[in-house]
Ligand binder design. Structure first.
Ligand SMILES: *Cc1c(COP(=O)(O)O)cnc(C)c1O
Length: 400
């Protein structure tokens, strides 16, 4: 057997075990088409229903007529168009930050935000449940000294800060002290709980270190008009780096970093993900400008989302389901066993509801769940239809 045969053999063994990915044959909305059938959509991150909103579609079409489709080059060469600049300005204003840099995804934004400012000799302090893209970014940065604290445990965070401060007394080979950076998700999406930023930021200030928050599930959800977790806690200007995604509540795709003008200029000059990879396409960018406008104009969608989340939680609780510790419209319906969650989800689909199971390794073994994600596009009848399907399946499986 050749070396290549051995590799291909391993790949062939792994693939059949993967779960098939459903193909969606319609726009993202309260309902989806799967295999020609209409299903209630309870598992997308399209929190505000913007993914198929007419105003975004119109903005994208108009921009295509004026600017075409592609941007032709990386943004640092000839690929920055006036739409990119307009989007960055409007996002900075929306987040009440000095400046903003847009990239092609939240994943890319995390890589850029971390790799550009942290290196081998710097120090990262990270919540144990931070998103995979943060973990990958810290690896890419080759940071050697990493302190991981227990989920949301700010007294352990303070111990780690003391250790980090001690370690940082030894200067780097360039003579500067190692940079210390605390990184946390804003909303932890598997459970819907919040990072205690109101405690993390004062601790960071006490020890004089940098803070970064990944607000992927907070934008469009938390704070005034969905401005995010920093707004929710009233911490404007006190979190150094905010990373966001444009792929969830904003309804399109992309990611961004907001912060001080100096810091964002630094990223614009140095971030490899910006310098060596193309920017957002024309229709994406134009649609996003419209999405930010919609959020600035009204908080109706954000309010509807919360109303729907609260309604679902109340209904599930009264049926006897355990909905965990969520503090957001994310409603995890805890089922425990991995197989139970998988079976539950496939029975839901037979009953017209699309809600995928979340299981190990996404969450610890034995805490499998169906994570119900409502959106502003759902009305009460839609949610009732979903809850009834949950009740029916639970009865069939003798779960409650
Ligand atoms: C979804 C998500 C990302 C990735 O965002 P994309 O725009 O899909 O690349 C990053 N961080 C967190 C916390 C997320 O939930």
């Amino acid at each position: 057997m050749t070396n290549r045969d051995s590799f291909l053999g391993q790949v062939g063994k792994i693939i059949p075990q993967g779960k098939p990915i459903a193909t969606i044959e319609s726009a993202q909305g309260a309902y989806l088409a799967i295999k020609g059938e209409k299903k209630l959509n309870l598992c997308s991150n399209n929190y505000l229903g913007l993914a198929s909103e007419e105003r975004l579609k119109t903005a994208a079409k108009r921009a295509i007529d004026e600017f075409g489709v592609g941007t032709g080059a990386v943004r640092a060469l000839s690929g920055t168009n006036s739409l990119h600049i307009e989007l960055e300005k409007s996002l900075a204003a929306f987040k009440k930050a000095e400046a903003c840099l847009v990239l092609t995804g939240g994943y890319m934004a995390n890589l850029a935000a971390i790799q550009t400012i942290a290196g081998k000799e710097d120090i990262v302090i990270s919540d144990e449940l931070n998103h995979a893209s943060i973990i990958d970014a810290v690896r890419l940065a080759q940071v050697k000294t990493k302190f991981i604290y227990k989920h949301k445990d700010t007294s352990e965070l303070e111990e780690r800060l003391q250790e980090a401060t001690d370690t940082a007394k030894t200067p780097k080979s360039d003579g500067n002290p190692p940079t210390i950076l605390i990184i946390t998700d804003g909303v932890f999406s598997m459970d819907g709980d919040l990072a205690p930023l109101d405690k993390i930021v004062p601790l960071a200030e006490k020890y004089g270190v940098l803070t970064m928050v990944d607000d992927a599930h907070g934008e469009g959800v938390l704070g005034d008009h969905g401005r995010g977790i920093v707004d929710h806690f009233g911490l404007h200007g006190r979190v150094d780096i905010e990373v966001g995604t444009l792929s969830k509540a904003f309804g399109v795709m992309g990611g961004f970093i907001t912060g001080s003008s100096d810091l964002i200029s630094f990223y614009r000059q140095k971030a490899r993900q910006f310098l060596f990879s193309n920017g957002l396409s024309v229709p994406d960018t134009a649609a996003l400008i419209e999405a930010v406008k919609i959020l600035e104009e009204s908080d109706d969608r954000v309010k509807k989302l919360w109303e729907n989340g609260d309604y679902l939680r109340e209904k599930f609780n009264s049926l006897g389901f355990d909905c965990g510790q969520s503090e957001t419209p994310i409603v995890p319906v805890m089922l425990g066993g991995e197989d139970t969650a998988v079976e539950f989800s496939s029975k839901l689909l037979e009953n017209g509801v699309y809600a995928t199971p979340i299981k190990f390794p996404m969450v610890p073994k034995g805490t499998a769940r169906i994570r119900v994600m409502p959106s502003a596009a759902h009305n009460k009848e839609d949610l009732d239809f979903g809850v009834n399907a949950f009740a029916k399946v639970a009865k069939e499986m003798s779960i409650l």
